[in-house]
Ligand binder design. Structure first.
Ligand code: APR
Length: 248
């Protein structure tokens, strides 16, 4: 039996499924992965350097403009078949009384727009911004901010409600993710290079807990040797097959 057929069979019977997604799930929607070379105005900037509290403190206008442009670019993208297949799988597992937990490292909210009910955004989201003075949260509309950095009525600045390098991840979100990975029958790591912890740690926890663990990425990752099934290919092609129960 192929890895894909084994996974189809396991997903059809699973009582508890935990999924970790990364930037590779959104590439087919046109959202560049975090490690893709930047284009245009941003080509000369290293995303890892812009996504830090230090960069924001040094140049809040530059950092908030970069994030606002990424926010608007994501609004122009549509969920792709990978997002839609995960929402279908979630409905199927929950409709038979099973547990389904989707943990995402992505900040683009395409899982929400595809119909996933409660994705756990362990790196936050571009679509919520936070006042640096009061912690007030806002969801900016479809237009760019009028000026950068955007200022809050309280006299602070609005920053994206994302987790920057060096910042703590939302504790409760992480705890739910780890608990789901430790207690699931089937675990899928999709479109993630498995390079960034603690998110990447979910895969090890799932493997240790005895779940059937699978990885779906274009390229090998540090966890490829650890999972039971490693499928190489586009998430937008593989996931619909897994969910429809059709292997090629
Ligand atoms: N289908 C499946 N996998 C894909 C596809 C695709 N269409 N396109 C790319 N990939 C895979 C790549 O092979 C790679 O393994 O997705 C992965 C993307 O890896 P990264 O760019 O490192 O993204 P991610 O793992 O989400 O990064 C984790 O690190 O950079 C920080 O905070 C940022 O959330 C991000 C985190």
């Amino acid at each position: 039996m192929s890895g894909e057929d084994r996974l189809i069979q396991a997903l059809a019977q699973a009582k508890s499924v935990c999924v970790l997604t990364g930037a590779g799930v959104s590439t087919e929607s046109g959202v560049p992965t975090f490690r893709d070379p930047q284009e245009g105005l941003w080509a000369k900037y290293d995303p890892a350097k812009l996504s830090t509290p230090e960069a924001f403190a040094a140049d809040p206008a530059l950092v908030t403009r970069w994030y606002d442009e990424r926010r608007l670019a994501c609004l122009a993208c549509q969920p792709n078949p990978a997002h839609l297949a995960l929402a279908t799988l979630e409905r199927a597992v929950r409709s038979r009384g099973g547990r389904f937990t989707l943990v995402t490292q992505n900040i683009d909210r395409l899982h929400h727009r595809a119909g996933s009910q409660d994705p756990i955004e362990i790196h936050g989201t571009l679509h919520v911004w936070r006042c640096t003075r009061t912690g007030e949260l806002i969801e900016p509309g479809p237009d760019p901010f009028r000026s950068y950095p955007p200022r809050s009525p309280a006299g602070g600045l609005y920053r994206p409600n994302v987790v920057w390098f060096g910042e703590m991840l939302p504790e409760q979100a992480l705890e739910i993710g780890y608990r789901a990975a430790a207690s699931c029958d089937v675990y899928l790591a999709i479109g993630t290079s498995g390079l960034v912890y603690p998110a990447a740690g979910l895969t090890e926890v799932a493997c240790q807990s005895g779940a059937l663990a699978a990885e779906i990425t274009l390229d090998p990752t540090p966890m490829s040797w650890r999972v039971d099934i490693a499928l190489r290919g586009r998430a937008g092609e593989i996931l619909p097959r897994l969910v429809a129960g059709e292997s090629v």
